[in-house]
Design a protein around this ligand. Structure first.
Ligand code: PRT
Ligand code: ZN
Length: 291
C-alpha cells in the first residue's frame, strides 16, 4: 500500500445472510479479498479498497458518518435507520419481503381490520410509516428479536417481519398477509464520496466492474454452427439473437453464430436450434459484460 494513496472502504455484513453473496460479488469484480478470516478490516491486494465487516444494522450509520465510503446492506435496514445515504444500486440478492403476518385463526381479514390492534416488529420505523400512510391506528410494539412468538405470548395481535419462504411464519402458526416492503441487498454510498474527485474516480472504476458483473449474471455465451440459410430461423427462435455475430466457416454454406442468451432460456430453445440445423452448440459462462 503506497503512503497517502486514496483508498475506498466498503462495509459488508460480517456474518449473516448477505455475507457470501457480497463477497462473491466483489470477487467476481476481480478483487482479491481474503474473506476467510472474517476480520473487521481486510485490505484488497489488487485494488485500492478496504473491506470492513460489520453487523448489518451498523452499516447505514458507518456509511452515513463516512467511516465507510460504501456499504452493501438490505434496503429494509437502510429504510429502518432513516439516515441519509446515496442509494446507488440494487444487487439482486437478499431478496425478501417485510410482511404483516397474522395468526392462522385471526379475525383480521383486511388491513383496515388492524385498526386499534397491536402489532409487534423489529422494524418500527418502516411499519409505523406504512400504517400511517394507510390511515391505520395500530399500536406498534417494538421488539429486538423473535417477533414471531409475540402473538402466542399475547404481546401482539399481529407481527411485521421479514419473510422469504414463509416457513418461519407457518411454523409459528402465522401466515404472511400484507406486504409492507419488498427488499433486496443494495449498494449504498456516503454522499461526500461522489463529490470527492479522488474517491469518485475509484467509485467509478468499481461501478464499471460491479455493473459488468451484474450484467453477466444469469447469462451465458452461446456459440453454434449452422447453415447460412438457417440464420433467420435462429433469430426467430432466440429473440436476443437480433444482432448475432455471424462468422463464415471454412466449410462452404456454413456459419458460426455467437450470441448472449439468458441461462434459463437456453435449455428451452436448444432442441429448436438443432431442429433448424444448428450443430456443435457450445454454452459458456460470462465473467462480465461491459457496456
Ligand atoms: O448479525 P447481524 O445483525 O449482522 O445479522 P442479522 O441476524 O440481523 O441479519 P440476517 O443475516 O438474518 O439478515 C440480513 C439481511 O438479509 C436482512 O436485513 C434482509 O435484508 C436479508 N434477508 C433476506 C433476510 C431474509 N431474507 C430472511 N428470511 N433476513 C432475515 N430473514 C429471516 C426473517 O427475519 C425470519 O426470521 O428469516 C426468517 C423468515 O424466513 P422464511 O424463509 O422462513 O420466510
Ligand atoms: Zn442485524
Amino acid at each position: 500500500m503506497e503512503q497517502g494513496e486514496t483508498r475506498i472502504k466498503i462495509a459488508i455484513q460480517k456474518s449473516g445472510r448477505l455475507t457470501s453473496d457480497s463477497l462473491d460479488l466483489l470477487r467476481a469484480c476481480g478483487l482479491e479479498l481474503d474473506g476467510q478470516k472474517q476480520t473487521l478490516y481486510t485490505p484488497c491486494r489488487n485494488f485500492p479498497l478496504d473491506l470492513l465487516a460489520l453487523r448489518d444494522d451498523d452499516i447505514p450509520q458507518y456509511v452515513h458518518d463516512g467511516v465507510a465510503d460504501l456499504g452493501i446492506v438490505g434496503e429494509n435496514t437502510v429504510l429502518e435507520k432513516g439516515l441519509r445515504v446515496e442509494r446507488v444500486l440494487d444487487l439482486g440478492f437478499g431478496v425478501c419481503r417485510l410482511m404483516i403476518c397474522l395468526p392462522q385463526h385471526s379475525e383480521v381479514r383486511t388491513l383496515r381490520d388492524l385498526d386499534g390492534r397491536r402489532l409487534a416488529t423489529t422494524y418500527p420505523m418502516i411499519t409505523s410509516r406504512f400504517l400511517e400512510a394507510e390511515g391505520i391506528g395500530c399500536e406498534v410494539v417494538r421488539l429486538s428479536g423473535a417477533v414471531e412468538i409475540a402473538p402466542m405470548l399475547d404481546i401482539a395481535d399481529a407481527i411485521c417481519d421479514l419473510v422469504s419462504t414463509g416457513t418461519t411464519a407457518r411454523l409459528n402458526g402465522l401466515y404472511p398477509a400484507f406486504t409492507v416492503l419488498t427488499s433486496q441487498a443494495r449498494l449504498i454510498a456516503n454522499e461526500n464520496v461522489l463529490s470527492d474527485p479522488a474517491k469518485r474516480q475509484l467509485f467509478d472504476r468499481l461501478m464499471i466492474r460491479i455493473q459488468g458483473s451484474l450484467e453477466a449474471r444469469g447469462r451465458r455465451y452461446l456459440m453454434m454452427n449452422a447453415p447460412c440459410d438457417a440464420v433467420d430461423e435462429l433469430r426467430s427462435i432466440i429473440p436476443a439473437l437480433k444482432s448475432p455475430t455471424v462468422v463464415p466457416l471454412a466449410e462452404e454454406g456454413m456459419v458460426a453464430v455467437h450470441s448472449v442468451i439468458a441461462e434459463d432460456a437456453f435449455w428451452d430453445v436448444m432442441e429448436k436450434l438443432k431442429g433448424v440445423g444448428a450443430s456443435d452448440i457450445v454454452v459458456v459462462p460470462i465473467e462480465a459484460i461491459i457496456r
